[in-house]
Design a protein around this ligand. Structure first.
Ligand code: 2NL
Length: 352
């Protein structure tokens, strides 16, 4: 018997339903988005179930009951699969926009802050920057020449001792710099004059760690070389620095001192910030605290760097950043700067 069009409609429908069922059985959903894609594809207003329902009209009148049953069963099958996918994807997936409660208070971000050493170092740099000094940086592993010999430190000087200096691999020519003067030596050797630089950076000394000493710390050294630079220039520069750093009321005094790389040499004290000069533990009841060493660059040092010491003069100074930070913030133990205790660090709110 030739196949009638209406019989074909029913057979096609059966075939299609079987095919879709296999496809739907295998469907998986890893997220709520996947579930929604499934819903739209099969159960949406333009979805497959709706479309296939429309094909009822292609079925012969006497088969309509059978077809109706088939399609209803198919619809239930799809709906059950949809529920199954919903539970599967429900618990362990990211919430969708509708799951988020926008009325809940936000969680605050914890913002980091600058390390106190960085705050003080930046402040020192910016003060000298206003006087025309630019920052020079160098290497932390240095050779004997740049760290010692060029600075007029004789071969038998105690500073070179193993006790004070960290040597790299016991090679007497390579060491961890004990001051940032080595950076200044390298800048002088470049021969571009006049020279006006400050050299901030970490330095190393073989010391037993205590509240007052550490085996690494930070220094800012400064150097100004030109024609006719005088000790008066040195004093005025450092006086300006101290006033900017600690305020207009602070008093200074210079005491004669000795360094192999400067002549004459001096140390500078400021009136005690804690007691204002009346005497306390910090100033050991003297009313004064030492904050830096300085002097006129020794002619031998200039010559060592190829600078004509008859034509040029210069001044240099060096200060410990930790020491200035301890005075500024009244910190009594140097170790706090390198322990990274968040309770300590959180107290410094400046972020610049
Ligand atoms: C201190 C003393 C000082 C210098 C550092 C210097 C550098 C060159 C030439 C001459 Cl390249 N001098 N630096 C001078 C005097 C003192 O530091 O007690 N620092 C914490």
């Amino acid at each position: 018997m030739p196949c009638s069009h209406y019989l074909c409609g029913m057979e096609q429908l059966l075939q299609k339903v079987e095919q879709y069922k296999t496809e739907i059985k295998e469907a998986i959903a890893q997220s709520k988005d996947d579930v929604e894609i499934f819903r739209i594809k099969y159960l949406g207003t333009k979805g497959l179930v709706k479309t296939i329902m429309g094909e009822m009209k292609t079925v012969a009148a006497d088969k309509k009951r059978e077809a109706g049953q088939l399609l209803n069963e198919f619809k239930v099958f799809v709906e059950e699969k949809f529920e199954e996918l919903k539970t599967a994807a429900g618990s362990d997936t990211a919430p969708t926009a509708t799951d988020i409660d926008l009325t809940l208070p936000g969680s605050s971000e914890t913002i980091g802050s600058r390390h106190p050493i960085s705050i003080i170092q930046n402040k020192i740099i910016s003060i000298f920057h206003r006087l025309g000094f630019s920052v020079a940086e160098g290497q932390e592993i240095e050779d004997d020449w740049h760290n010692f010999s060029a600075l007029n430190l004789p071969q038998n000087h105690p500073a070179r001792d193993m006790q004070d200096t960290f040597y790299v691999l016991k090679n007497p020519d390579w060491l961890l710099r004990t001051h940032t003067s080595s950076v200044q030596i390298r800048e002088m050797e470049k021969g571009k004059l006049p020279l006006r630089i400050i050299c901030p950076g970490r330095v190393y000394r073989n010391e037993t760690i205590s509240a007052r000493a550490h085996c690494f710390f930070n220094q800012v050294e400064g150097l100004y070389i030109a024609e006719n630079v005088s000790f008066a220039d040195l004093k005025q520069t450092l006086y300006f620095f101290v006033q900017e750093m600690f305020g207009a009321d602070v008093k200074v005094r210079f005491r004669p001192s000795y360094f192999p790389f400067t002549e004459p040499s001096a140390e500078m004290d400021i009136s005690c910030l804690i007691c204002g000069g009346t005497g306390c533990n910090v100033c050991k009841k003297t009313g004064w605290v030492e904050i830096l060493g300085c002097g006129m660059v020794h002619p031998k040092v200039l010559d060592n760097c190829g600078i004509d010491s008859n034509k040029y003069t210069g001044f240099a100074f060096g200060m410990g950043v930790e020491r200035i930070a301890m005075l500024s913030y009244q910190i009594k133990d140097l170790r706090l700067f390198s322990e990274n205790d968040i309770r300590f660090l959180n107290q410094f709110t400046a972020v610049t």
